[in-house]
Design a protein around this ligand. Structure first.
Ligand SMILES: [Fe+2]
Length: 211
């Protein structure tokens, strides 16, 4: 991944701020990328600045190794490195216009583990709705199978050795300006802008580096 070690930089979105309209509005995308993600990047850089010995570690290594870091910075690094990784993953997983359904090897695997795309979508929506407070729902690969998992706050499935394929950010900042408190409508809209090509690529990377 580009820009993956200290000092972290907020690389631009891979599309315009208004590209996901009408499903996610321009103002939400601007705030989400330029303010929320920027804050995680700034916070991570400011703690890393004081620990030159850790500056060579990649974002993923910082997340996976957070419990082995000096105790006074464990939660700051874990929260902010997770915030950077999760947001980049979420933003990169969106596109508009998008294909309606997965294809390729991921499609075959979704049908194998969830019966069909409709069952997968229904289960994923249920998981995204079930996140209490702030967090994410993910499609991940681990132990030779696809699974849907949720993570609270900025926790990331890579902490548990799971390989992420797709995620939705269900923090209210991801949808409140357009969808107010109606998370279910935001999730419905999100299904229209899933970048299935990116998800397929993520899946191929997962199965080629089996965990
Ligand atoms: Fe977010």
């Amino acid at each position: 991944m580009e820009n993956n070690t200290y000092p972290f930089v907020n690389t631009p979105l891979p599309y315009e701020y208004n590209a996901l309209e009408p499903f996610i509005d321009e103002k939400t995308m601007k705030l989400h990328h330029d303010k929320h993600l920027q804050t995680y990047i700034d916070n991570l850089n400011s703690v890393m600045e004081k620990y030159p010995g850790l500056q060579k570690l990649s974002l993923e290594m910082l997340i996976r190794a957070s419990r082995r870091l000096p105790v006074q910075i464990q939660s700051t690094v874990s929260n902010n490195a997770g915030g950077v990784f999760n947001h980049r993953f979420f933003f990169n997983g969106l596109t508009n216009p998008a294909s309606k359904e997965p294809h390729g090897k991921l499609s075959i695997s979704i049908n194998r583990f969830f019966s069909d795309y409709e069952c997968f979508a229904s289960e994923f929506k249920k998981a995204a709705l079930s996140v209490f407070g702030s967090g994410y729902a993910w499609l991940v690969y681990g132990n030779n199978r696809l699974k849907i998992v949720t993570t609270p706050n900025q926790n990331s499935p890579i902490e548990q050795g799971l390989c992420p394929i797709l995620c939705i950010d269900v923090w209210e900042h991801a949808y409140y300006l357009k969808h107010y408190n109606v998370r279910s409508e935001y999730i419905e809209d999100w299904f229209n802008i899933i970048n299935w090509e990116e998800a397929e690529q993520n899946f191929l990377n997962c199965i080629n580096h089996r965990k």
